[in-house]
Design a protein around this ligand. Structure first.
Ligand code: S3P
Length: 441
């Protein structure tokens, strides 16, 4: 059980300065552990995010007989067992706080020759899982959620999986990935059609492990991804770039704190993840990518952010899947911008580690910001932030967002429960303070 961690974030006088290295990308880290475990041969992963979510995925594979050394300072070696080499776990597989781990693992486990049960913490145990059990059942899997459609997920053994052509009911990389991973075990070609672009790390990394996975754009952002079952993954080395979702806290911080000039090194800038940059730029932010390069099939760059007075905008709903995890910190940007910012088409935010619309509305009000809650978003009136005490709702990104807001408020911001910051950004307060923030923790 995590200890209670409280942050007090105090206003700061000068700007943020320096060059920071972000922790490894969470989405890429999960997938690296999964594919390396199922590959033939030994893979070395560097830059791995050693956050609790990724460690839960690694623990699950260890419980199924995978041998791994590390992680130590982001270095992890995994001896893959091959597509058919996992062994029945002796206990439930605990995915902790991680929806990504649970949804992607369910795709892999649905195809194994043993039964398994996926469980999670209180937050994960309230999140919707029929969105994965429905397509898996259509593939012939035997899996069930509880009566409310939430975890635990019970998976029973089946002899074979059928391929399906699945049209995602919502733009979700986790569901897309779940079906593609099950598709690696199906008899034939599985296709997944997404209504709008979502992160494509699964597709890129499958190809990096030598497993063909083909994306076909259909126009209007609709894409069909195809995978043929029965293939193999070949071990490879993966260099995980820094997480743009973690970098987003510093992009907003530097944009709203006068005098800031920050460089964030080696950040993943996959176009399915850079919605936050586009939204901030349209609010007037000064964000430059330098030194662009390709690292193992993923685009990477250094990101320089300088203070700029932001202005409110209507956020185009097309950015929702492309900045899905960055809306809490974008709400802080909106609170500091001149004028109103309207977020719409973002109902999926209600199904994250917390209901992020309700959590941000409650927190912004508690620190004196004028905000109107809507079913699918909110309207934030920019201005000054007073300060006060906010609840994180056990959500790492809510906690970090208000920690950033504290730097520009009048009094201070106390955030009640920040232990879950360790799921995605274990050294957040130390790194923030090293750039000039004042977060007591
Ligand atoms: C993730 C996909 C996103 C995101 C999550 C990580 C992934 O969820 O919110 O933090 O790694 O595939 P959805 O695309 O399912 O909304």
């Amino acid at each position: 059980m995590n200890k209670k961690v409280v942050y007090t974030s105090n206003p700061i006088a000068g700007g943020l300065q320096g060059t920071l290295r972000m922790p490894g990308d969470k989405s890429i880290s999960h997938r690296a552990v999964m594919f390396a475990s199922l590959a033939n041969g030994s893979s070395r992963i560097s830059g791995l995010l050693e956050g609790e979510d990724v460690l839960a995925t690694l623990a699950a594979f260890r419980a199924m007989g995978v041998k791994a050394e590390g992680p130590e300072q982001g270095e992890l070696s995994i001896e893959g067992v091959g597509m058919q080499g996992l062994q029945a776990p002796e206990t439930d597989l605990d995915m902790g706080n991680s929806g990504t781990a649970m949804r992607l693992m369910s795709g892999i486990l649905a195809a194994q020759q043993f039964a398994s049960k996926l469980v999670g913490d209180e937050s994960l145990s309230g999140r919707p899982m029929r969105r994965v059990t429905v397509p898996l059942t259509a593939m012939g899997a035997r899996c069930a959620t509880d009566d409310n459609g939430c975890p635990p997920i019970h998976i029973r053994k089946v002899d074979r999986l059928e391929p399906i052509d699945y049209k995602l009911p919502m733009a979700s990389a986790q569901i897309k990935s779940c079906v593609l991973l099950a598709g690696m075990y199906a008899d034939g070609v599985t296709s997944v059609t997404e209504p709008a672009p979502t992160r494509d790390h699964t597709e890129r990394m499958l190809n990096a492990f030598g497993y063909p996975c083909v994306s076909e754009p259909k126009g209007d952002g609709v894409t069909t991804v195809r995978i043929e079952g029965g293939g193999e993954l070949q071990a490879t080395d993966i260099d995980v770039p820094g997480d743009i979702s973690s970098a987003a806290f510093f992009m907003v911080a530097a944009s709203i704190i006068p005098g800031s000039d920050l460089t964030l090194q080696h950040v993943g800038v996959n176009p399915t993840r850079t919605g936050v940059v586009d939204v901030l730029r349209s609010m007037g932010a000064s964000i430059d990518f330098t030194n662009p390069r390709d690292v193992g099939g993923e685009p990477v760059a250094d990101i320089r952010v300088r203070y700029a007075g932001l202005k409110g905008i209507e956020v185009d709903p097309k950015y929702v899947p492309l900045a899905i995890d960055e809306f809490p910190i974008l709400c802080v940007a909106a609170a500091c911008a001149e004028g109103e910012t309207v977020i719409s088409g973002a109902e999926e935010l209600r199904h994250k580690e917390s209901d992020r619309i309700a959590a941000m509305v409650a927190g912004l009000r508690a620190v004196g910001v004028d905000v109107e809650e809507r079913k699918d978003g909110m309207k934030v009136s920019g201005g000054e932030i007073e300060g006060g005490t906010v609840e994180s709702f056990h959500d790492h990104r809510i906690a970090m967002s208000f920690a950033i807001a504290g730097a520009v408020c009048k009094t201070n911001i106390i955030i009640d429960d920040c232990s879950n910051v360790a799921t995605s950004f274990p050294n957040f307060p130390e790194l923030a303070n090293s750039a000039g923030m004042n977060i007591e923790h």
